[in-house]
Every structure is written in C-alpha cells, then in structure tokens.
Design a protein around this ligand. Sequence first.
Ligand code: ADP
Ligand code: MG
Length: 345
Amino acid sequence: KLHNTILELKGNIRVFCRVRPLLPDDGATDTTVISYPTSTESQGRGIDLLQSGQKHPFTFDKVFSHESSQQDVFVEISQLVQSALDGYKVCIFAYGQTGSGKTYTMMGRPETPEQKGLIPRSLEQIFQSSQYLVSQGWKYKMQASMLEIYNETIRDLLCTNRAGCPDSSATGKQYTIKHDANGNTHVSDLTIVDVCSFKEVSSLLHQAAQSRSVSKTLMNEQSSRSHFVFTLRISGVNESTEQQVQGILNLIDLAGSERLSKSGSTGDRLRETQAINKSLSSLSDVIFALAKKEDHVPFRNSKLTYLLQPCLGGDSKTLMFVNISPDPSSVGESLCSLRFAARVN
Ligand code: ADP
Ligand code: MG
C-alpha cells in the first residue's frame, strides 16, 4: 500500500493534523479507528486510520493527538505568527468536516483561558511583542477586518450600518476584490478598523461573531457553510533605522468539508454544497500548484483563493490544520480529509 506522505512541502507550506477528543455526543465508546505509529521516524508526525480492517497511514509536518492542549498547538505556530510582525504574509487555515474541531482550534472557548484558540493567542502575542518592539524604536499601525464567504459571496462582519449586513443586495455594497501593483488586496466597501490593543481586537471578534449569528439566522443557514476570514495588516516603521515592514496575518476557519448525501441536496442546499466544494477544491489546487512550483496557479477559480492570492504565493507562509474527529462513524469523512491534506486521491 502506498504511503500517503505529504509532498516535501518544506518551503512555505506546512500541514498539521489535529485529532479532537471523543465527546459524549459522539455516542461512541472507542477511538480505535485512529492510532499513532511509534517508529522514531514518524514520531509525532504520523497518523494511521483504520477503515473496515484496512490501515491507511499518513504523515504530516506534525500530528496532534486528542491529548494536545491549545497551548501545545500554539507553541508550534507561535514562530509563524511572529513572522507576520517581521513583514511576512501568513495564512493559517483550519480544514475538516463540521464538528471536527476547526472553530475550537481557531477560536476555542475564549472565556476559558486554557481553552482559548489560536486567534486570541496569536493576537495576544502580536500585541505583546509589538510593545517590546516599540521600545526599540518601532511604530506600528495595525488594521483588522473580518469577513465571511458564503456561496461565493463576501459579507463584511464588521459592517455596522445594518445588523449583520447579511449580503450585498441588502446594503448595495459590492465587495469587489482587487490586487494593486504592490501585491496588496483591496476589497471595496469592506470595513477596516485600526486596532491598538488586544482588547480592541477582541471586541471586534465578538462583534463579528454576533454579526455572523445574525446573518445566519436571517439567511436560514449554518455558519458551518461559510468560510470565516480574519485579517490583521501590520505596518511597522523604525524611524531611527529607517526600516519598514508590511506583514499580514490571515486566520481562516473554513466551511465544513463534509460531502452531503446526493439525494438530500436540492435547490439552495445543492448550490451551497457546490460553492463549498468549488472553493475547497480550488484551495487545494492552489496550494498543490504552489507546492509543485507550477507556473500557472489557479487563484481565480474561487473568491477565497483570489482574496488570499498575495498571501499564498511568493515568500508568504501557509499552514493548514486538518481537523479530525475520532468518532468511528466519521471514519469515511476523516479519510477524505486526510487525503485532501495529503493530496493523494
Ligand atoms: P467545527 O468548527 O469543525 O465544526 P468545533 O470546533 O465546533 O467543530 O468542535 C465540535 C465540538 O468539539 C465543540 O463542542 C468543541 O468544543 C469540541 N472540541 C473540538 N476540539 C476539541 C478539543 N481539542 N478539545 C476539547 N473539545 C474540543
Ligand atoms: Mg465551526
């Protein structure tokens, strides 16, 4: 059997796998579908999935078992987050079926310190480090925006003129994506807020979460059907050394990757599923083309990849989390997720 080793993505793209603990709601009593090889070679990097008696081995840059804490995970990404302050463009994605732990990984439960996810931890670190750098003569301007992409349509989550700003038809806003000559992305009409502290940005996160739940009720849908994109733009200047940096940190909670049963999907639901499939497969195509250093990278095939284009190519840095549920009834979806990440289909 072919060993599904992730391509040697040593450069700027890495893939981490995270398995969440079994939950009471899973209704399962064992997690024997997942095991971790103990050979020294793949220690901490391998995961084996057992389906109908067949073992599927995978290797990633890192594998976090159900025992890994939010802090354990953050330790492994804190350097990457730091590089946004050094002027890099960084994207961190969470991919997986609904219920696999994407939102827990990205946002966590912010009200419980140990359970805070990567977004609050990253922002805390950025503001802490920037304070130190300010004492070294640096000045920073930080700007946050938050949007979601649903059915290939952008929604501004920080828009204040109408509760939830459910879509452009309600506000007349266009949210057109443009890239300028300097490789910066502009989304017309998108709200961009200057932020000076972790407290400010965390209140924006709260606002975005509310606006997300309002629009989801208005539009009669679930947040698991949309991509959530948090962006922090960092511009730094050091007046004494005349150095300048322009970094971007994108933190993305992707729509659920589950395949809906073909029979159950009609009308709006079918359209929604097609839009999600399209953008997730475009994302995979883009990352694959970048990893193989192909000349043509199909950024324009979806809103998500077009939006993130400047932050995915060049010397930017990308990390993809593949979130996995240990529930034996999810083994089919888990295999799809692992294969998506390993891109061996
Ligand atoms: P998703 O965003 O992929 O749909 P969630 O992040 O909402 O999944 O996770 C589903 C459930 O599992 C939530 O109740 C969440 O709190 C819980 N959960 C996910 N990952 C973990 C983890 N590593 N430790 C504890 N609970 C987790
Ligand atoms: Mg979620």
